[in-house]
Ligand binder design. Structure first.
Ligand SMILES: [Zn+2]
Length: 397
């Protein structure tokens, strides 16, 4: 092996080791050697480099009662490296400081109005939160990345919001502007919320170990994140996986925020459920959806009918997705968690009727494990991506 390929190989090994410790938590050197498929002296050399870089610590494990010399345990140095993660969701703005290893150390949150909020307002609130979280970090800790989740279509290279139907944003330089206001010398990496929710559930949630999965994120609309062979399906421009605009009811469907009619999100989004249940037009948000699901549990006929209607449309959408991608798991996130809990029977009936049997038996249906933080956790992982790809290329301490 020449010097250059040896360097690449070492960087890959360091990356794989740090990723394992970051996502999986403390692990013994022996466990790492087995996981990486290398011998113990190679693991020793790699962990020594990462200890010197301030990214991991080694220590003896808790007493196990077993005889013999225990293998040293490698842990992420959670207090040395962190990212700032931001979540621009439909009803709230969230910022968090997330330590290496994934622990949310501190957070700030503000309610946001659904309409009429401009770029300047969103960026000002988030930048104030971010600077505050940076200032109150452990002395000596280093911010290694900035990641943000946005409920719209994002140009991957520069965090430009190409289309944010909810806020009415078109071509707004969100990532660049937030980076400028934070002034930390780091770019803000921005991702679509459903893409990031899919990654988060795949890396830290209910989808760990599932190489092919579909994550559906519902709020006002419905976003999709599709993981194929362990990788997010971005499409040609990074705008793929828009499951919410799959056409399911073209003839007498409800109008959709995209300008079309009868898209999946128009039939199963928050408004569709609340309208079907006869709730007033000014009632919005996850609490309102939860109320409908609870009312259905108590037997209220309008709420039960609404969940049957919405559950049937959701089942049609999910059946199409299963037939197309043959996923091992379909995960319901955002407000679809509540909807699926209330309408699981109807979704499953549709899948039983419309999915090809060979695919049907493989697809588990689950609600997301990370709850309302799925998209925030995904944004944090986006922030960690550069460090994890090249652990010694990012200066820490
Ligand atoms: Zn649409």
């Amino acid at each position: 092996m020449d010097g250059q390929s040896a360097g690449v190989s070492r960087r890959r090994s360091l990356s794989a080791l740090l990723r394992r410790v970051h996502l999986g938590g403390p692990v013994s050197r022996a466990g790492l050697a087995e996981w990486l498929g290398v011998n113990r002296s190679t693991v020793l050399a790699l962990t020594t480099d990462l200890v010197a870089a301030g990214l991991v610590r080694e220590g003896f494990p808790e007493l196990t009662g077993r005889a013999g010399r225990p293998s040293l345990v490698v842990r992420p140095a959670t207090d040395r490296a962190y990212v700032l993660a931001f979540d621009i969701a439909v009803d709230r703005l969230v910022a968090a400081r997330v330590g290496l290893g994934g622990e949310i150390q501190d957070r700030r949150e503000a309610h946001r109005a659904r309409a009429g909020v401009d770029l300047d307002t969103v960026v000002r609130v988030l930048a104030d939160f971010g600077r505050d979280l940076h200032r109150t970090a452990t002395p000596g800790a280093v911010c290694v990345g900035l990641g943000a989740s946005y409920c719209g279509m994002i140009r991957p290279g520069d965090g430009m919001v190409r289309f944010g139907p909810d806020l009415g944003w078109v071509d707004q330089a969100f990532g660049a502007e937030l980076g400028r206001r934070l002034d930390l010398g780091l770019p803000v990496l921005v991702g679509n919320e459903a893409h990031l929710g899919a990654l988060a559930e795949h890396q830290r949630g209910v989808g760990v170990g599932v190489r092919n999965l579909v994550y559906l994120h519902g709020d006002v609309g419905v976003g999709g994140g599709i993981i194929v062979g362990g990788e997010l399906l971005g499409g040609d421009g990074g705008y793929g996986s828009e499951v919410g605009h799959m056409l399911v009811n073209p003839y007498d469907g409800r109008p959709c925020g995209c300008g079309s009619r009868g898209c999946l999100e128009a039939e199963v989004g928050e408004r569709a459920l609340l309208d079907a249940a006869g709730r007033p037009a000014d009632l919005i948000g996850r609490d309102a959806v939860r109320e409908v699901v609870e009312a259905a549990d108590r037997g209220e006929p309008a709420a039960r009918d609404a969940l049957r209607t919405v559950g049937d449309w959701l089942g049609i959408g999910v059946a199409n997705v299963i037939n197309l991608f043959n996923p091992g798991m379909v995960i319901f996130g955002g407000v679809l968690r509540e909807v699926y809990r209330g309408a699981a029977t109807h979704v499953q009936e549709r899948i039983a009727a419309n999915v090809l049997p060979v695919s049907r038996t493989r697809a588990q249906l689950r609600v997301c494990a990370l709850g309302d933080d799925a998209t925030l956790v995904g944004a944090a992982e986006l922030g960690f991506a550069r460090l994890l790809a090249d652990p010694l290329g990012v200066r820490v301490g």
